[in-house]
Design a protein around this ligand. Structure first.
Ligand code: RP5
Length: 181
């Protein structure tokens, strides 16, 4: 069976600059049109030196492929899934239904509306199938949350996160100092 959606090409490695090592985070998207929203999060994964992969696994257009990918994620070495989708954003919830791995949802703002439909589609899960839900288009926080999860068992990632916190604090203090001048 060919699970690849021929009308919607997968995000290629060159588009997403896939890391070379065994991926620990899978960034899955409902469409390659979600990729621009996910780029800030991908930049965070790179900054924290977290190996990742980026794939298009649509819950609606390629349901069998989506199920296959989420089902195999754990045995393929993935530790955490970041799932982005817009509109009727079922991908994070469906991915969570097929894996016990933590799934972090990123609601993508659709072309129509403000993204509340995407947010509610992700956050309003039935009891028993938890999905972490970030704010609309906030792939940065999704990646940071993935780093927090992975940092529990990886001293290097934890250390880089602590440095990130320090850098953020210093950045804000610097802004404050400039305003006070
Ligand atoms: C969702 O539909 C995708 O996650 C995307 O946000 C939205 C629109 O997809 P395209 O029509 O741009 O492929 O499934």
């Amino acid at each position: 069976i060919d699970y690849v959606d021929k009308d919607k090409p997968r995000a290629t490695n060159s588009m997403a600059s896939k890391s070379q090592e065994q991926p620990l985070v899978a960034v899955v998207m409902g469409s390659d049109s979600d990729l621009p929203v996910m780029q800030p999060g991908i930049a965070i994964l790179k900054k924290f030196e977290i190996p990742y992969t980026v794939r298009v696994t649509s819950a609606h257009r390629t349901p069998a492929w989506m199920a296959e990918y989420a089902s195999a994620a754990h045995s393929n070495g993935i530790k955490c899934i970041i799932a982005a989708a817009g509109g009727a954003a079922h991908l994070p919830g469906m991915a969570a239904a097929y894996t016990h791995l933590p799934v972090i949802g990123v609601p993508v703002k659709p072309t129509i509306g403000d993204g509340m439909d995407s947010l509610l589609s992700i956050v309003n899960m039935p009891k028993g199938v938890p999905v972490g839900a970030m704010s609309v288009n906030n792939s940065t926080n999704a990646a940071l949350y993935a780093a927090r999860i992975l940092g529990v068992g990886d001293a290097g990632i934890a250390k880089r996160y602590q440095q990130y916190i320090q850098d953020c604090r210093e950045e804000v203090r610097e802004k404050d100092r400039r305003l006070a001048e």
